[in-house]
Write a protein that binds this ligand. Sequence first.
Ligand SMILES: [Zn+2]
Length: 423
Amino acid sequence: MALFIKNANQLITMEGFSNAPATHGQMKEISVIENGSLLAENGKIVAVGNAGELERSHSDIIQDAKVIDASGKIVAPGLVDPHTHLVHAGTRENEYAMRLKGKTYMEIMNAGGGIHATTRATQAASFDQLYQESERRMDTFLRHGVTTIEAKSGYGLTLEHELKQLEVAKQLNESHPLDIVSTFMGAHAIPMENKNDPELFVDLVIKEMLPVVAEKKLAVFNDVFCERDVFTPEQSRRILEAGKAYGLIPKIHADEIEPYGGAELAAEVGAISADHLLKASVEGMKKMADAGVIGVLLPGTAFFLMAAFADARKMIDCGVPVALSTDANPGSSPTLSLPFIMNLGCLMMGMTPEEVLSATTINAAHAIGKENDIGSLEHGKKADITIFDVPNYLVLSYQYGMNHVNTVIKDGVPVVENGQLVI
Ligand SMILES: [Zn+2]
């Protein structure tokens, strides 16, 4: 099956960064084709250019292709969300109300709420309940133009329930058009019962959970929450090094609440990304840049926790390749809208409209090791494409809190049309 998208006001290709992520000024190089068209066949991109050119060079394919007229709109790579906690049970609006009355996120968590509350709900949930709740979230991601997400475990905190979360993600990846790349995050929190002996839980993650997750091939990445009162840098290092021995690539929730050496640790263990980084030191940023660690920034979390935002400008100036993500989770970032995160990137972190596009496409693809398949509109890549009903890309980061998605193409097939799911 062939697909011909033609005459877009702007076609944003993001080409040229599949080998290495965009850094520094490269993050502004989004490659716009005015009046652009794209041809796909069998789920892959064949060519981009202007309509007349493509009609001459590929008339054989185009004559049988489904045609989408994108005039007046922009065409972009399907958005990539490199950090989500997709699979979990329930919501925590009660804690939101408590925070509005003055309690802090860490106070609520240390009193047994926060991650612990979602852990109890997730442990109690059946496979089917988790599957259905998560599937609805995936539908919403698609409607907001996202075609691939990373999804973490970490609300199970026992072998049985961590596996349940990862199995749900695996099955959803197979049955739903949205693609999922899975991360094991047994070290998301220290369970209440291990509060006085966290080393015991670290041993449990390393000796009981990691081997089984790796053997069942349920995850590509291994993530830890490196933060005071959660996992120390030393514990985080042990867990990440142990994962590496099983072929799991490190990721880190780093320097979210206070500077704690997470950015530095990410560089030292060869993490693919360090995420959050609200309080990362400049030294840590430089080490990340030297080691090629992607900085995944989650401004939805700072927004929702009413905290200071990460210093994206300094990070980009230090040479860190920056990506953006929702951090979709029920406690600190209950949103599924990556376009809103793009708005926050511009308005609250000083990024340019071009940089937030790089950060949610090709750099986000690098942050989950998918840069050869997705993140740009280039020959041979997956035909994962989002068409926004805006006349130019500036409007995307200018009009906020609205969903501009008109059409989403996944593997060459429309899955959203006129803003509605058609799956
Ligand atoms: Zn997270």
